[in-house]
Write a protein that binds this ligand. Sequence first.
Ligand code: BMA
Length: 373
Amino acid sequence: MIHLNRKFHLIGLLVLIFLVPDSCKPVNTIKLADNSAFPATKELYRKIKKATGVGVLIGHQDDTPYGVGWKYEEGKTTSDIEMVCGDYPALYGWEIGGIENDNSSNLDTVYFNLMRKLIAEAHKRGGIQTISWHANNPITGENAWSEKETVKYIFSDEKNKAVFVTWLNKVSEFLKSLKDEEGNVIPVIFRPWHEWNGSWFWWGTPHSGNEEFIELWRLTVETLRDKNNVHNVLYAFSPGSFETIDEFMKKYPGNDYVDIIGFDTYMYEDDIEAYRKIMSKDLQLISEIAKTENKLYAVTETGYEGIPSDNWYSEVVYPLLKDSGASWVLFWRNATTKHHYAPYPGHRSAEDFKRFYNFPETLFERDFSKLFH
Ligand code: BMA
């Protein structure tokens, strides 16, 4: 009798677990690419999921190491976004191109030591970190924009593969070295091999077949996750703008290798209508794939270089994002007065960015933090 009761309790519990909606389930029921993901990694995923129901997290690449006309100074962390609207972005983009060569700084001259420090600061404020990697060409030694067949040579020659794995080991070490003040590892989103359907990177579609590319992705995840015990990572997979679900799925490495999907789409030549059309199409396709594969999705990069507009954020980007279901949008970096994607004080789009900031559905750092207090 006692045994029977216990059995009923167990069945009841199982029934309950299946009936409770995903967002209410305890974090350890989340199925990530990494079965051994740290609790903090699962927590990061859960937080992004929770925010997704409320609005879109706003992100900026290289927000705190530099902006237009300034560089980070010890003890004076700021950001163009913070200077414009009084709040930091909820999500920070970082770039580790150069780590494979043991460089002290990345390809955009951000020192890796500074990056670690600024990541810890951003994490402490409650921000999310996403990391891209414009890796050099491992066969020719050229930079990432090397339009040559490459991936197949990583796999056709054991020596090439071994060298490439040493690069992945360096990435692993960097990811594991991201710690908060108490020494806890900081969970991050890693987004390698981005814009893979374009022709401009060596891993791009014309230079690499579907199987080779999937092999590259899996080798990356397996080296980090299974060989090097990196467990503070969510994996994000994003092409550039794409035309069909089939195009996306042909290079998809599988749900055991990806946590979040997305795409990178920019506005060019002042063509608002073209941007609206492409963004709407990409958002529609990605949401369909996300539904089938049970993934979160994001606009992993966007922007309008120099933002020569007084209403781009509030009247072009915002309506596209508002009910899109995207978890986040990442605006690219603020390097110079010509090459920047967020406003800076005095820029003609600064007032408009404040309007964008004030919409309830655009989540900046304070909005994001408030969701959990
Ligand atoms: C590109 C440009 C480059 C930069 C690269 C990697 O889009 O911003 O100047 O080096 O990203 O961050």
